[in-house]
Design a protein around this ligand. Structure first.
Ligand SMILES: [Zn+2]
Length: 231
């Protein structure tokens, strides 16, 4: 069935130089054994749960909601709608997806199917090696995100399962109260993917995502290998 599927990796490689949320510790890796000395190679790594291309479990902002290990596998293999507002966003770090843009997407491509995940391409992925260009300054975060009305429509009317974006967060950098996280998605059990890349290679509809998130027991999220399949 998938013999002819095109595979697109949406993941930023996870190393010490990955752009972090201000104040969060960078990942570390310590070599514990080597082939030359021990006969095999392995490292011990540490990472903040929200590092690089990563998954937000609903408990991230809502007490009592699902932890990352409680997410059913079926929820991690989903059709995706990819809304591309990069041309409109340009260099506007305060841009947010509007409800009108979602409705225009649906007028062109058809309704977003129930059970989909919705990914937003802002174009910010092109900046993800430069922390100031990508995230702004600590204390003055600046990057695009989902608008509240658009997110509310996708969750309540289209009954999607998750959101993804090519920026540091689903809520824009200027939205310091995290309204989408705290009021719209996580309270209803939806998940997020943040710091995606290569969204430009995906069609508006028709692709699937496979979210390779670690099932950390009790975890709020995890770095994830995120793969798209284009049948
Ligand atoms: Zn996160």
């Amino acid at each position: 069935m998938l013999n002819n599927a095109q595979v697109v990796d949406l993941t930023i490689p996870l190393g010490a130089d990955v752009i972090m949320w201000p104040g969060a510790p960078a990942p570390t890796a310590e070599t514990l054994v080597t082939v030359a000395h021990d006969g095999f190679f392995a490292r011990q790594v540490t990472f903040f749960e929200h590092t690089g291309t990563h998954f937000d479990a609903p408990c991230h902002f809502t007490e009592g909601q699902s932890t990352v290990d409680q997410i059913p596998a079926k929820s991690l293999v989903r059709p995706i709608a990819v809304i591309d507002i990069s041309a409109r966003v340009g260099d506007d770090a305060d841009a947010v997806l509007s409800l009108e843009e979602v409705l225009a997407f649906e007028a062109t491509h058809g309704a977003i199917p129930e059970g989909s995940a919705v990914f937003l391409r802002t174009g910010w992925e092109d900046r993800n090696r430069d922390s100031v260009a990508y995230a702004g300054e600590p204390g003055n975060l600046r990057f695009p995100g989902f608008g509240v009305e658009a997110a509310e429509y996708l969750v309540s009317t289209r009954k999607i399962v998750g959101l993804g974006i090519d920026t540091l967060g689903i809520d824009s950098g200027a939205a310091t109260s995290f309204p989408v996280h705290s009021q719209i998605t996580h309270p209803k059990g939806l998940w997020h993917l943040e710091n995606l890349q290569n969204l430009k290679e995906l069609p508006p509809l028709g692709a699937w995502v496979v979210v390779g998130v670690l099932p950390l027991v009790g975890g709020s999220g995890s770095p994830a290998r995120v793969i798209a399949l284009l049948p």
